[in-house]
Design a protein around this ligand. Sequence first.
Ligand code: TMP
Length: 212
Amino acid sequence: MTCRRGALIVLEGVDKAGKTTQCNKLVQALQDSGRHAEMMRFPERSTKIGQLINSYLENKSNLEDHTVHLLFSANRWELVPLMKEKLEQGISLVVDRYAFSGVAFTSAKPGFSLDWCMNPDIGLPKPDLVMFLQLNPSEAAQRGQFGTERYETSVFQKAVQQKFELLMKDPSVKCQVIDAARNIEDVHADIKNHSVNAIIAAENEPIGELWK
Ligand code: TMP
């Protein structure tokens, strides 16, 4: 590898926390400061697997809970060659949801252990930084109604939040909790600062393997 690799930066959090807005602003800010950066999101709904997931999320089809969990994971794995290629070209990837959403959402369903949920994602490219946008359920509710997709209820989101909090305690992943209750620009400044530090720290490090 001749050039410095890009960093894998993940934004996680419950619905309404502002992940997508912040991912877009971060990519723009990194590009404006002369860095190579691109955004990705999971689920990536454009692939064949992504289309199955999309139809499930829009309540147009039903899938068995284990099956859909594995499809979400497969949707990440199918993009791993592209992710690695971009990182090795020196492009930093800003990712809207990753394996942490996968584990938090499925393990919030009855009968799913954290371990079972983590297994299919073991070995994915390890994020150089995960930022968890934290917003309590009452503040999230003030940001407007949930949409009509599956999982968009406050009871389920509360259960998901608890699972996220467990995952963020894992010392093997570099994680930063971000107070998402502040205004968009303050949250952005915080996220940009952490991201620039992560990009510099990752430059000469090999890409790690998640949960290994
Ligand atoms: P989105 O609204 O960010 O596109 O996410 C779609 C929904 O899919 C959201 O409710 C979170 C959920 N999800 C999972 O259940 N498992 C996963 O692995 C991912 C990435 C998202």
